[in-house]
Ligand binder design. Structure first.
Ligand SMILES: Nc1ncnc2c1ncn2[C@@H]1O[C@H](COP(=O)(O)OP(=O)(O)OP(=O)(O)O)[C@@H](O)[C@H]1O
Ligand SMILES: [Mg+2]
Length: 390
């Protein structure tokens, strides 16, 4: 009897036919057993924005196989990131089989395939994923040096809600966020606290203005690589850590990221209620807007909001003012704030002081405060009468 006879029977049992399937004779001659599962290749350097473009959606379900991150600056496939683990029966409520009949089997098979396809496309359903109760804001950008860490620190200092904590978390291997919050000592960070049983709350450090900061941490290339590996293997790595912090709904988490579509920024994107895209009033940032928008569309969270912040607008230069107008026209209400060029921000970082304490009336500080109010109103429209602390 040929294999195809068995296959035909099997297909008939499920109410379909095998005509469109080709029979392939197995050839085991060249097969070599490999007892060690191959590890996922991790590409250095850490900061790269030039990562491979996403592979087209694979024809079969590839479990636990990380896909390459997206490329900033190149066309972005509409497909969602397809890095996911096979959902356990507990986490994904699959349809119960009905009474073992052929119709029941067919229905069940079709439901299972449908649900697995949906998971591949959208990630795990929101209800099946661990989430923190805190509000989470991710700051991302296409280009480097546009003011992400400055704004993370500024928002951390100004967004605290009554009875709540504000925690800034550095997902950037540069490990620079803590300096923006006045923290100078070298302490354990994400690199050292990467395992799910690590206590992140115990390792948050106090920074300027009642903020708390969890740094990225210092480590060699192998330490960074193994952290990256964990993130590649588990797209919910950050979500699970945040959930384990047992934060309250009055707490706020602000995530700093490296520029570009890295594994770090993907983790941030998958955790955030609000994504703020930092951009500056120049041609490179303007040209990156399309790619940025496409990248944001790959976010797995349907309820997520995206807004843009224009930084370093220099009102003494007509070119910068003109660029500001173009960004405003292009982004409309998506542009939630503009921060003007203010050397106090730059110098404060260099001298190790908090600009909001040292020069609160400077234009940059005033703009950061306005941004903070706008973000507050967006995240908590019902509570926007609450005081935003300067
Ligand atoms: N509005 C501003 N006016 C003047 N200087 C600013 C302004 N915003 C940020 N800066 C300065 O620009 C420099 C880069 O800012 P920052 O480190 O926040 O950027 P970044 O996007 O986090 O950079 P990276 O991509 O390297 O992480 C810093 O020295 C900062 O003080
Ligand atoms: Mg930074």
């Amino acid at each position: 009897m040929k294999y195809v006879d068995d296959i035909t029977k099997l297909f008939t049992r499920f109410g379909t036919n095998a005509e469109s399937y080709q029979e392939i004779q197995p050839n085991y001659k060249d097969f070599k057993d490999d007892p060690v599962p191959p590890s996922v290749p991790v590409t250095e350097p850490e900061q790269s924005v030039a990562l491979s473009p996403p592979a087209p959606t694979p024809p079969v379900l590839l479990l636990n196989e990380p896909q390459p991150p997206l490329l900033i600056g190149a066309p972005v496939e509409p497909a969602k990131p397809v890095v996911f683990s096979l959902p356990s029966p507990k986490s994904l409520p699959l349809t119960e089989p009905s009474a073992g009949s052929a119709t029941g089997d067919r229905q069940r098979l079709s439901d299972l395939l449908h649900e697995l396809n949906q998971v591949r496309r959208d990630g795990l359903p929101e209800t099946a994923r661990k989430r923190t109760r805190a509000k989470v804001i991710a700051i991302v950008s296409a280009n480097g040096g546009v003011g992400k860490s400055t704004v993370v620190a500024g928002l951390a200092k100004t967004l605290r809600r009554p009875g709540g904590r504000t925690i800034a978390i550095d997902l950037d291997p540069q490990n620079a966020l803590s300096s923006h919050l006045g923290i100078t000592q070298q302490v354990p960070g994400l690199i050292q606290l990467k395992q799910q049983d690590a206590d992140w709350v115990a390792h948050c450090l106090p920074g300027y203005g009642d903020t708390e900061c969890l740094p990225f941490g210092a480590g060699d290339v192998n330490a960074r690589r193994s952290l990256k590996q964990l993130m590649l293997e588990d797209p919910d790595w950050l979500n699970k850590h945040l959930a384990s912090m047992n934060l309250s709904e009055n707490d706020t988490v602000i995530l700093d990221t490296p520029s570009g579509a890295t594994v770090y920024s993907h983790q941030a994107l998958d955790a955030a209620d609000l994504v703020l895209v930092m951009t500056v009033a120049d041609a490179a940032s303007y040209l990156a807007l399309d790619t940025m928008t496409q990248w944001l569309e790959t976010s797995r969270r349907s309820a997520q909001q995206h807004r843009y912040v224009l930084n370093q607008r220099d009102d003494s230069r007509s070119f910068s003012r003109d660029m500001g107008v173009l960004f405003q026209r292009r982004l409309g209400a998506g542009l939630i704030g503009t921060i003007r060029l203010d050397h106090q921000l730059n110098e404060s970082l260099a001298y190790g002081r908090d600009p909001l304490q040292y020069s609160p009336d400077s234009i940059g500080c005033r703009d950061i405060l306005s941004l903070s109010r706008a973000v507050h109103a967006l995240l908590l429209p019902d509570a926007c009468n609450q005081q935003v602390t300067p």
